[in-house]
Design a protein around this ligand. Structure first.
Ligand code: MN
Length: 377
């Protein structure tokens, strides 16, 4: 049992369940598991969430002003702000988080500013908050160089400011990539005006992680309880990823690295059909309002073998992990936990028990993360 900063000894589940008391594990979720304490790999978890008080304050103030109607991502931020034990875990980059990592056997977390991040605050405030976020994350990495790495936040609505901040994050702060919490008020980074950000990411050798957020103004999700992981989250990242491919971004920026979570948001299952149906969008004039057609240089599946990596966040399920490793290659699937939203020692144990070659397991748990996010130490 981990010792917490207040001196109490509080189990991980007990800490979390104050906010998620109705959550139960049923069906396919593992029942119990033993974490291997001397595993021949270091577990690097690559989609681990954090936030900080000034950002939560800016989100809540903008939400309460009523000036951003229809932004369900901003409403989601408001919902998270009212969960005190979740916030205590998201906002800690020290003893509490490290205690939970020790309990779960996680050697290193890759920190991502949690959805919806800086891209939902009042326009004009996002880049300053991104700068503050990146300074805080870099300090945590300096304080705990063997335990934390971090991705840079940016507000894509401010293109020039984002490019400058990404340059600072890469050169001054030594951060390990960048995170975008999917759409921003219904806009996507595959739109031409945001291409300078993609160009900067490629030039700076920073991988882009597109993490889900709630769909924009989507009552058909909300009324069914589906705005999150049950539909809205994966659907939005699916659109974002396919949008990037069919925008020609990877032909224009062939070294651009994209990472998507939650077992590739189900996309790997469809590679065969994507190639078959490519002509629905590829090379057609008039798409995206452009007179000239965008014609891809490769089959859709090519980009999943050249530019895209996936993480396993929230899907500690052997058949899905093995399938993705088979169709994308063992060097393109990375372990992630999704702390603190979905942590479980039973899920960690699933990875320890996976029936795959030892070399592939080390790629999955450690080495692919080092390669994609340029992690050393
Ligand atoms: Mn996540």
């Amino acid at each position: 049992m981990a010792k917490l900063p207040d001196g109490s000894e509080k189990g991980l589940k007990g800490h979390f369940m104050e906010d998620f008391s109705v959550r139960t594990r049923t069906g396919l979720a593992p029942r119990a598991g033993h974490i291997e304490r001397n595993a021949p790999y270091k577990r690097i978890a690559t989609e681990e969430a954090w936030t900080f008080p000034a950002l939560v304050k800016a989100q809540v103030e903008y939400l309460q002003s009523g000036d951003a109607p229809g932004d369900d991502s901003l409403r989601m931020a408001g919902m998270f702000s009212r969960m005190p034990s979740l916030q205590s875990m998201l906002q800690d980059l020290g003893a509490l988080r490290l205690a939970h990592m020790d309990e779960l056997g996680i050697a290193r977390q890759l920190l991502l500013l949690t959805a919806p991040g800086v891209q939902v605050v009042r326009p004009g405030e996002g880049t300053a908050l991104a700068r503050e976020a990146n300074d805080i994350a870099a300090e945590a990495c300096r304080n705990h160089p063997t335990r934390f790495s971090a991705l840079a936040a940016f507000d894509p609505r401010d293109v020039a400011g984002s490019v400058r901040e990404l340059e600072r994050a890469a050169t001054d702060l030594n951060l390990n990539g960048a995170v975008l919490n999917s759409h921003f008020q219904g806009h996507y980074i595959d739109e031409r005006e945001y291409f300078p950000i993609l160009e900067a990411l490629e030039a700076l050798d920073l991988a882009l992680y597109i993490h889900p957020t709630a769909p924009y103004n989507a009552p058909h999700y909300e009324t069914r309880g589906f705005f999150g992981a049950l539909a809205g989250f994966p659907h939005d990242v699916w659109l974002h990823t396919m949008g990037l491919i069919f925008s020609g971004a990877f032909d224009r920026f062939p070294k651009l690295r994209l990472v998507i979570g939650h077992m590739g948001e189900c996309l790997p299952m469809h590679l065969y059909r994507f190639d078959w149906m490519q002509g629905n969008a590829d090379g057609r004039p008039g798409m995206r309002g452009l007179a000239e057609p965008i014609k891809l240089q490769h089959p859709v599946s090519h980009y999943f073998h050249s530019n895209i990596w996936i993480t396993t966040s929230g899907v500690g399920w052997e058949p899905a992990i093995k399938f993705c490793m088979e169709v994308m290659g063992p060097d393109r699937v990375l372990y992630a936990m999704d702390y603190p939203y979905q942590q479980s020692s039973d899920e960690v144990a699933v990875y320890d028990r996976l029936r795959i070659p030892d070399a592939d397991k080390k790629l999955l748990m450690e080495d692919n993360a080092r390669e994609v996010f340029r992690i050393t130490g």
